[in-house]
Design a protein around this ligand. Sequence first.
Ligand code: C2E
Ligand code: MG
Ligand code: MG
Length: 341
Amino acid sequence: GTLNVRPSITMGISMYPVDGDTFAKLLSRANTAMRYAKSAARGTYRFYAGEMSRINDDQVALENDLREALERNELELHFQPKVDIATGRVRSAEALLRWRHPTRGMVPPNVFIPVAEETGLILPLGEWVLRQACRQLREWLDAGMSPVRIAVNLSAKQFHDADLAAIVRSELNDARLQPGYIELELTESALMCNPEESARTLESLSAMGVHISIDDFGTGYSSLSYLRRFPLDKLKIDRSFIRDLLVSADDACIVRAIISLAHSLRLRVVAEGVETHQQLEFLRELGCDQYQGYYCSPAVPADQFVALVARLRAQMPELTEADMLKTQSRLSAFVPQTSGQ
Ligand code: C2E
Ligand code: MG
Ligand code: MG
């Protein structure tokens, strides 16, 4: 097939002599203006302006701190349950990265993940997340907690890293976990920018037994033929469609359509950002399989998560390991072995 590449140019402009009288200064300010333009939109340009310098200094300081965050043990994972709508069971949990900065306090991922992506730090950071998720699971299983799958977010850079499958395999091995304990969340844009390569990567992960979901579904664009080709387990409907579900007829239509699309592709559907009982009941009527959201719980630190699951599971029948390991992937040649753990 043909590959459609659409290059775009983003430009930053500085002017002699107002922005600087040396080449180095002009270049650095043009660079600042370019970063600024990039954060606004692709394919645009900006002239350097004085206040950009301050914003840029903040950015550089944040980058430097982030480089050290790993060594200084400032990162932690919080966990948010994904709940079966029909039974109320907690089947899995999403690991969400938190950065406890010594002076800035909690830095939200929406602030530091883009910085990590831009600087390439996302690779070591993402590897840490995967390792920590596996270690945490091993610790919980050893302590006798009933099985739960952990979903890890992958950024596009990580997904396109040639070492991804090897890294996943080695972290699973180190923690002595069956691959079905891990789910990877990818965005539409990460998957669709090079769908042939994505298909190969997904196939090797899925054949290993790892589960795959599409995150923030509906906000990017997906090719339907690839949706069918990719070995996926679930679609996660973006929070923005759930927020106004009860007041916006358009959003209700979109949610209904995503659920029916997912089910006809034999995928499960998860609604993100469910905050009220009414939203949950509506999703139940629409046949949505699982939900995640403050209505059940926000993401909480590991110790609180154990208590939360114990409380939620007190009323539920136990989830068996075989049940948890079930996959929707068409590569379901993978048969979970009975646990020797
Ligand atoms: P996401 O993967 O779509 O994660 C869901 C976000 O929605 C989380 O925000 C979660 O705390 C929030 N959320 C969950 N339930 C509700 C709700 O009922 N109402 C509202 N208003 N929000 C809810 P968070 O933790 O701030 O993460 C934001 C984004 O940062 C994530 O979006 C994900 O794209 C990224 N991210 C987080 N951790 C990682 C990571 O380890 N690696 C990578 N690559 N990205 C990560
Ligand atoms: Mg996610
Ligand atoms: Mg999401």
